[in-house]
Design a protein around this ligand. Structure first.
Ligand code: NAP
Length: 250
């Protein structure tokens, strides 16, 4: 297999589980040095072990994406370790409280916005200056199909993911001519621990929403993330790519 990311330095948030873990693994398999970041230390270290087991290079840096200071420290530590930052995948996110708007708690709203939207802003806010010093970089922000349409009882999540799509467009307008491509992706429902809390009936209902007749796999999403991060996507910026088994086609 030809490697798409040889010697690139790639940072992935929320890389201790699910989509982030598979993206980190595929970055490494494609030759990148990977900064595995997560709030969950055990999960992050397990991802590093998995990368090392296939001969890749990775190190874990703990960070809570909802903290501006921790995002700043994460980028500073990345530069300390590798001198440059070529790729960032802003992936960390939570499902959050399930309630209609009138019942959604203020804390529940703020928590999702803090992690799923503010976390992406804080990430880019510190990643972009690091990328500008070498005049190139690629950022992939993980939005969702729910960055395009609503979903019952998920207002904070839906608002945050719509926000990520808009924020991505703006950053792309501001930095593409300076060498930094910024894109977002919108996975349909993917089999990850994020969905663990759902019962079987809900899972079956979710499957029925995907014309392809199944949920997605993290590995499938990682393929798109790696492609968008690579020079193969050199003219792709400011875009939103659905990867959703046809969910949005209906
Ligand atoms: P996941 O398996 O739950 O993994 C998310 C990881 O992020 C976990 O390790 C989690 O730690 C960590 N995390 C949570 N809050 C954090 C914070 N404040 N700072 C740093 N790390 C934090 O979820 P996933 O399904 O892979 O989701 C990854 C991204 O894809 C999210 O942005 C999600 O919204 C998006 N997405 C998922 C789906 C889906 O169906 N799974 C669909 C569309 C979009 P803990 O384990 O300690 O919580």
């Amino acid at each position: 297999m030809s490697k798409l990311l040889t010697e690139k330095v790639a940072l992935v948030t929320g890389a201790g589980s699910g989509i982030g873990r598979e993206a980190a693994l595929l970055y490494a398999k494609n030759g990148a040095h990977v900064i595995v970041s997560d709030m969950n230390e055990a999960g992050g270290l397990e991802t590093v072990d998995k990368i090392k087991a296939v001969g890749g290079d990775a190190r874990f840096i703990k960070a809570d994406v909802s903290s501006p200071e921790e995002n700043e420290r994460l980028v500073a530590k990345t530069l300390e370790a590798y001198k440059v930052l070529d790729i960032a995948c802003n992936n960390a996110g939570i499902g959050g409280e399930s309630n209609p708007v009138g019942d959604m708690s203020i804390e529940g709203w703020k928590k999702v916005i803090d992690i799923n939207l503010n976390g992406v802003f804080y990430g880019m806010h510190y990643q972009i200056p690091a990328m500008l010093t070498q005049g190139k970089g690629a950022i992939v922000n993980i939005a969702s199909i729910l960055g395009q349409v609503g979903f019952m009882n998920s207002s904070a999540y839906v608002a945050a993911k719509h926000g990520v799509v808009g924020l991505t467009k703006n950053a792309a307008m501001e930095y593409s001519a300076k060498g930094i491509r910024v894109n977002s992706i919108g996975p349909g429902f993917i089999k990850t621990p994020l969905l663990n809390q759902l019962d079987e009936a809900t899972m079956n209902m979710l499957v029925s929403l995907h014309p392809i007749g199944r949920l997605g796999e993290s590995k499938e999403v990682a393929e798109l993330i790696v492609w968008l991060s690579s020079d193969k996507a050199s003219f792709v910026t400011g875009s939103y790519y659905a990867i959703d088994g046809g969910y949005l086609s209906q």
